[in-house]
Design a binder for this molecule. Sequence first.
Ligand SMILES: [Zn+2]
Length: 301
Amino acid sequence: MRFAGYTAIGRFERARVAVPAAGEAGDGRGAVLDIAFLDGELALSRATLLAWIETIARAHVEYWHGFTTTRVLLTVVPVPGRPRVVFGRVVPGGGVSAMLQVGARASEADLAEDWILPHEFVHTGMPFVQGRSSWAMEGVATYVEPVIRARAGLKPEAMVWREWIDNMPRGVAALQNGLTGGSPYWGGGLFMLLADIEIRRATAGAKGLEDCLRGALRAGGDATPSERWPLATWVERCDEALGAPLMTGMVERHLGASITVDLAALWRDLGVRPDGEGVAYDDSAPLASIRKAIVMGRRAG
Ligand SMILES: [Zn+2]
């Protein structure tokens, strides 16, 4: 079997979450998330976990204009003795399935801070790409996960910028290595930030990375196909939605090339700097209007 989804066998409780679906699948049928709670002690009640899963699913509905795919099996696996959400993974093909390990000692505060489930749901909205292109999938997931939470009111905009200022340095080496080495998460995340800026600059603020992602998703690019897509196919679908070969240009410039990103200059141009626990903004910076649209969407600009 080239693709085998997660399968739950044995003692588990089932629940369902229904949300609107996106794209071709959004023809009034809606999306269903089947939740399987595997046997095991959890401090959190099923009702609390279910409400949180629905909140994160609805944050994705807002970002993608409908949930990413029509059917998902999400298996919740209790992990004895651990706080927080511990680990998650999405497996594509033949219907998307996901596994989420939740610590037996996880609290409601842990769920409010969690990035793992929103990150995994991003993977359901993209085709799995071929070859050494994990930077594209992990870059999108890493970059848009906090944006999705911010747009749904689940994370302050300033904390998204602070997280990027603190973590984007981890992606610099990957771009110096042409995206073939270094962290696929933060290398890809830094690439997506640069691509998002480029899309907004080239379209005078009319489009952003979200349009690329929604367009590729509508072209059938969720995680359900049983074949991995060539990276070029995903890039092409993205550019069709943007109306110009902007992602193609970004990939051509960065893939296999050595580019050193001057992050200090980038934050200065965007008009954002660390300040206490959060950030301070400079609205006179040259890219300030782009910065305002990046996290909260173009209406904020
Ligand atoms: Zn991931």
